[in-house]
Design a protein around this ligand. Sequence first.
Ligand SMILES: [Zn+2]
Length: 234
Amino acid sequence: MSLKAFNLDSIGSVTVYKRRNNRRINLSVNAHGTVRVSIPAWMPYQTGLNFVRSKESWILKQQPPKQVFTNAQAIGKAHKLAFVSSPLIEKPKVTVKDGLILVKYPNQQSVNNPEVQAAALKGALKVLRSQAELQLLKRLDLIAQQTGLPYQSLKIKRLRRRWGSCDREKNIVLNLYLVQLPDELIDYVICHELTHTQVLNHGADFWSSLKQISPKAAELKIRLRQYSPAIIFY
Ligand SMILES: [Zn+2]
């Protein structure tokens, strides 16, 4: 097997594999949005690449949304992002202080450089995590007390698909991205997970119990679908 890597402006990195056993072209996009195409060994790489180009709109739909950090973006509910270039440093560095996520980067790089973007992501996640650990715990404790539904433990995790979970032992997990959402939706997810301390599945019993502690649950469940677990740029 031999391969060649390409980079397309809209799609990003594309790897074309030549496989002896292939009779036709196979295209795949993994969870990170990386595109792979395998072609029969006799076919030119360029034909594989042209095939990828012809499927661009489909590929873009499969890829996770591209997140590009820019100057003065708001992160979470209380932080702003700032980029500053500096002749004195050799690689990007991020600090968080007084509501500011400051990304310093070397003069020869640009804000769009992957290393600079990675530093911004690191700072943004740090901020979201500390907000989530503080605020989601506070909210969960309050609602658990008000509803009389105790839980065992809370963990904050960075999840790609779910907003939260609750196991048999009443250990609750909440997604760190949740802290960015409107308060009503945060409370909905918390009520949802607390209801799982009583009913594990999503049967009719579950929804009627949830409605008792979150009367607008049906409406909030639909509103929550507008959001996906990722950084929201305000
Ligand atoms: Zn559930």
